[in-house]
Design a protein around this ligand. Structure first.
Ligand code: C5P
Length: 219
């Protein structure tokens, strides 16, 4: 076998959901399992990379050789990512970051005194777009989970967030994407695209990292 395609490269990635606190005992979150991000971390180690994984709360074991930093909220995830960013060659935003968080976190447990309650939400920072704006910046990769017009929305996101590459999946189809063990990603970059077929997340991760390594080699 030849040299590993990511030997000497440093990869930082996010995975899993974030939790946005409402009060000391409650939060808003989503069903992200973290499987795709953890598969990417594991495969990247196999390809020779030095891997740092910033993870929201998930019930997955840390792959061997991976440095894992656990966070809960989007703001904590951003802080951890920016702290780990210097010297990274590749960043992959794989986390399902909550788009909004409660404006105020109650100091005490909220009581059920009224029939209705209103919670005001504020936008969370976009971690991926923030990384893409850094100078210098790593080769920056995002995900797009779409239910329709997959290519158009993915290419819009690639341009709007200023990414080098985006991995799109059609989450309207069963057994791929969110929480599933399989995926069927299509990679898009400025002047090309590649469909990875349908396979388990380990294989999708491997194919995705091979493509990223090819792009780094051409830089
Ligand atoms: O805009 P949208 O949420 O569809 O973008 C998805 C991509 O952006 C994913 O790569 C996700 O990890 C990243 N993202 C982020 N911070 C956010 C929202 C999304 O890093 N606040």
């Amino acid at each position: 076998a030849g040299p590993k395609p990511l030997a000497g490269k440093k990869l930082l990635l996010t995975a899993g959901p974030t939790r946005e606190a409402l009060d000391p005992v409650r939060f808003m979150s989503n069903h992200s399992s973290g499987k795709m991000g953890f598969a990417l971390a594991e495969q990247a180690v196999a390809l020779g990379a030095e891997v740092t994984l910033v993870s929201g709360p998930v019930s997955l074991a840390t792959p061997a050789g991976v440095t894992r930093i656990d966070v809960e909220s989007a703001e904590q995830m951003l802080e951890a990512v920016l702290a780990a960013l210097p010297g990274q060659d590749i960043f992959i935003g794989c986390a399902a970051v909550a788009d909004y968080r409660p404006l105020a976190v109650a100091d005490n447990k909220i009581k059920k005194s009224n029939e209705r309650m209103v919670v005001e939400l504020v936008r969370n920072p976009d971690i991926l777009a923030t990384v893409a704006q850094q100078q210098p910046r790593p080769f920056t990769v995002g995900f797009a989970a779409e239910t329709d017009n997959v290519e158009q929305y993915a290419r819009d996101k690639l341009a709007r967030k200023g990414l080098d590459l985006i991995a799109a999946n059609d989450v309207s189809k069963p057994d791929q994407g969110f929480n599933a063990n399989h995926n069927a990603l299509t990679l898009y970059w400025a002047d090309g695209h590649k469909s990875l077929g349908h396979s388990d997340k380990g294989q999708q991760a491997r194919l995705m990292l091979d493509t990223i390594a090819d792009h780094l080699a051409c830089q």
